[in-house]
Design a binder for this molecule. Structure first.
Ligand code: DHB
Ligand code: MG
Length: 247
């Protein structure tokens, strides 16, 4: 493993420009996302319907943004992934993006613990014509993952962790047991409006993300980075990791 880079602690703090409060920033981030989506993503009535369906069903508005969906789709294609594991299906929006990245003989296993979410997701995946590629498993992901390990499920090429954040470290540990050298592990919501830097934050989701980072930092099998993102879904970020070829 490479020695850790020293962090430049000389932060160049600027007072924010007048008027650039968080609401104005959010409006701007949303406008820029709309611009990017209009330019780079072809009209997609199926995915539009999925987002409408999820909102109408009262699911939490935690679907990834369209341009984020395209990003995970592109990452999975770059990886030439045939076997994808998704932890946290919700309404299946990201599931559909990922399933579109795999070939006809590929497989996407998606884990969801809420029956209502899984039901909505199954309908959406069917509407997208992807049911034959997606194995949607209902139940607590920790249990489904343990079962898959026990049953010696072949390794996945690409893993997307996007479920309850308090379990992120456990999801990572179990994901590693379903990985091979070269497996890509992507994780959503690792910045949370910047709350991730709050060591004393009492939110178990923040502590879950912090344990996840500690685990990555101390695990020589992983080579990783994380990026902060802004956009229509606010201020958050993701972690991208690859399982090393050798220890
Ligand atoms: C939450 C979860 C998500 O996966 C997300 O993208 C945004 C928010 C949450 O649990 O608050
Ligand atoms: Mg998420």
């Amino acid at each position: 493993m490479l020695p850790k880079r020293t962090v430049n602690r000389k932060l160049h703090c600027r007072t924010p420009a007048k008027g650039h409060d968080s609401r104005i920033n959010q409006e701007l981030w949303t406008a820029v996302d709309s611009y990017l989506v209009q330019n780079l993503l072809p009209a997609d009535p199926v995915l539009d319907t999925v987002l409408q369906t999820n909102a109408a069903a009262g699911l939490p508005a935690h679907d990834i943004a369209p341009n984020q969906g395209k990003l995970i789709y592109l990452l999975a294609r770059m990886q030439r992934a045939k076997r994808i594991l998704e932890i946290g299906t919700l309404g299946g929006y990201s599931t559909i993006w990922l399933a579109r990245a795999i070939p006809a003989d590929g497989l996407l296993v998606s884990l969801e613990c809420e029956a209502k979410h899984a039901k909505v997701a199954a309908t959406n995946i069917q509407r997208a014509g992807l049911s034959s590629l997606v194995d949607l498993r209902l139940g607590p992901a920790l249990e489904s993952l343990s079962q898959m390990i026990q049953q010696q499920e072949p390794p996945f090429d690409f893993i997307f962790i996007d479920a309850d954040k308090q379990n992120n470290a456990s999801y990572l540990a179990l994901s590693l047991r379903l990985s091979r050298p070269g497996t890509v592990i992507l994780s959503d919501n690792v910045v949370r409006d910047g709350a991730v830097v709050g060591a004393q934050n009492s939110d178990p989701r923040i502590q879950g993300v912090r344990r996840f980072f500690e685990m990555i930092a101390s695990d020589r099998r992983l080579d990783a980075t994380a990026l902060q993102t802004v956009g229509s879904k606010g201020y958050d970020g993701f972690t991208l990791a690859i399982v090393n070829d050798s220890l």
